[in-house]
Every structure is written in C-alpha cells, then in structure tokens.
Design a protein around this ligand. Structure first.
Ligand code: MRU
Length: 367
C-alpha cells in the first residue's frame, strides 16, 4: 500500500491527521484530512479509518491534535474513546497520549502547553512504532502455526490498512505466503460493509496472494468439502477470560470450525486484551445504523421501512478458540490464567513468550 492508513501532518500543512478513506476502497484511493477532533471522530464513526490497532494509533494522534490546537484535551480524549465502543485500542491509545500530555504538563515550568502537546505527539508516534513491531512479531509467531500448503480462511480485514505495520491475521498470512506455505486464502466478503471483499481483496491482490472471495454463507460448505485447513482472524477486544469480540460472523466461523475440526486461530497484539473486561458477556457490542443492512452504497436492498439487526461485532467464547497469537507468543489454551501470564510475563505452562519457547506447531493444536 503506497498511501498509509494514517499520517500526521506537521505545520505548515498541519497540525492535522491524514486518513486513507477506507470507505472508498477499492474503487478510489483518496485521503481525508482531519484538522480537528470532531472531524476525526466523524471519520472513525464512518469507518474511514477502522480496525483495532490503527484505531489505537488514531486515538493517540487525535489527542495530540487536540493538544496542538489548544483544545480541551481531556474532553477530546473522551470524545475519541466513545466514537466506537467495542475496539478497545481506541480508548487505550487516547488514554496513553492523554497521560503523556498530563505528565509533561505537570513536569514543565514554562511553555508547558507546547511541551505537553509535543509529549502527546511523541506518545502517538511511539504507539505506532510499537504496533509495527508487534505486527512483525505476530507474523513470526503465527507462521509456526501454518502448515505447508495451507488453505486459510479469514474474515473482515486485518492487514496494513489496520496497522502501522502489516496488521495481525493478515500479517501471518503474508508471512505464510512469503514462506511458500500458503496454497489459498479464502476471503469472506464480510457483510454488511464488505471489509473482506473490498479491503482484504485489495491487500491480497497487491501482495500477489492466491485468493478467492466468497459469500460469508459459503464458509460452511467450503469447510464441509475439506477445503479449509485453518481459520485465522483478528480481534477488536479480548476479554480477560479469553472471549474474543471481532467482526460479526466470526462466531459463526468458530462454531463451523469446531464442527469440521479445523483450527480456529485469533491474532492480536497484547494491547487488544482488555483485562478490565472480565468476560465476553461484559463486552459492549457496537450496533450500527439499519441502513448499512437495508441498503448498499445508497441503493436499497430491502423493502422500504424494513427494520434491521446490525451488530458490528460478535463474541466468540474461548472454548472455541484453538490459539491466540500475540507479539509475546502463542497462548493455548486460551483462558484467564494463560492471558494473565502473558500480561505479567510469568510464563504459565501453555502460554508462550517469544518465538523460542511456547510457540506451538500446528501438529500440537487439537483438532
Ligand atoms: O468494524 P471494523 O471494520 O472496524 O471491524 C474490524 C474488525 O473486526 C477486524 O477484524 C479487527 O479490528 C481486527 S484488525 C487487526
């Protein structure tokens, strides 16, 4: 991808945040420039920028933008955090930049606002750099789970469009392709907004992957036909018990994978694990406008006046998840104890830390 999903503009062009408009992909590559927090919040709500890791980066740069403009930075962080309730990285990124801003403000004697704005921006840049590093480590750790000749099914979009690096699940898929292990990438179209058909095909095509787009409803017969060796998806929030909120349709895939004895693997940075949310039941699922279901690109696809059920995400229980790939290693089984060990680095028996120990080969993944 030549245009990054997000770019900070310094003066004289800024301060501003430039976003690759993902609502218009793959038809056109256009950028949207956000010069204030309201326009950034609007862009986040409309999915101009979307996907867990880049939302963390966007949240932090949004706080830096407010600080550079002399806005109320605390209020800005609150507005940004509430723009989308399920993706935990959004509020996490905003809070980190806000904390850096406040710390610098308390610490400096003169010119404090300018220094604090600089601290918020530096924190946003640090989050982006950490995300790029996490993405590379997730790719390396996840590659160990992909068998040669793998036919991998994915859902939604998890590549460079959602990251300062190569993404999460897609980064693993890309690594498998480069290692000569990927026979086929199956791309769920991902109704209703087609993040798979529009965005993952855009990334897969540019990377030269062998891929095919399928209707979400075709995943069952594809698995029944023995055409899927592994399901690999990202996450928007992982609760402390290992429940995974991800794009709606992920849960159905996990149920199907269990029925067909296909490994179901989730890839996410540790920043997507929310230890404050105890269980899947406690995850707030964003519900989006009915029009996203009853129409497409402004054209009605349901009878006028139809109501719609449009949750953006669903929650997959940990019992259906074979493994969670993070930058610190692969967690299996996915449960509260192993996640906690990953957080503290205390090294529980089944939680890997780094590529040298604890990363499981596909042969040891239960089928
Ligand atoms: O509504 P979206 O497009 O923001 O949903 C994104 C997803 O569900 C992704 O799968 C998830 O954020 C993982 S991205 C690494």
């Amino acid at each position: 991808m030549d245009i990054p999903p997000l770019r900070w503009l310094d003066p004289p062009d800024g301060p501003a945040i430039e976003l690759l408009d993902q609502t218009r992909l793959p038809i056109t590559e256009t950028v949207l420039t956000c010069r204030d927090v309201d326009s950034l919040v609007d862009a986040i709500s409309r999915l101009v920028v979307r996907g867990a890791p880049i939302l963390g980066v966007a949240g932090a740069f949004g706080v830096a933008l407010a600080a550079h403009r002399g806005d109320d930075v605390t209020a800005a962080a609150g507005l940004i955090s509430r723009a989308r309730p399920t993706a935990v990285n959004l509020g996490w990124g905003a809070r980190r930049a806000l904390a850096a801003y406040r710390y610098a403000l308390a610490d400096s004697y003169s010119d404090s606002e300018r220094l604090a704005a600089g601290a918020a921006l530096a924190e946003a840049r640090a989050i982006a750099a950490e995300d790029a590093a996490a993405s590379a480590a997730i790719a390396a750790n996840g590659l160990a789970l992909v068998p040669p000749g793998a036919r991998v099914l994915t859902h939604c979009n998890t590549g460079a469009l959602v990251s300062a690096g190569q993404g999460t699940a897609f980064a693993v898929i890309l690594a498998a392709h480069r290692a000569g292990r990927l026979a086929r990438l199956w791309v769920d179209e991902t109704r209703p907004l087609l993040q798979g058909a529009r965005l993952t095909s855009y990334e897969a095509r540019r990377a030269g992957l062998p891929y095919a787009v399928l209707p979400d409803a075709a995943a069952a017969s594809l698995m029944a036909a023995g055409e899927v060796d592994m399901v690999l998806v990202g996450a928007d929030r992982v609760a402390a018990d290992g429940s995974v909120a991800n794009k709606v349709g992920t849960y159905s895939l996990a149920v199907l994978a269990r029925h067909h004895r296909v490994p179901f693997v989730v890839a996410a940075p540790v920043s997507t694990i929310d230890f404050e949310t105890p269980s899947g039941m406690a995850i707030v699922v964003e519900h989006r406008p009915a029009a996203e279901v009853t129409s497409y690109a402004g054209v009605p696809v349901a009878a006028a006046g139809s109501e719609a059920y449009n949750p953006a995400f669903d929650v997959t229980p940990p019992a259906l998840i074979t493994a969670l790939v993070t930058q610190r290693g692969v967690v299996r089984p996915v449960n509260a104890g192993n996640l906690r060990a990953l957080e503290t680095g205390s090294g529980a028996a089944d939680a890997g830390h780094g590529t040298a120990c604890g990363v499981l080969s596909i042969a040891s993944v239960e089928r």
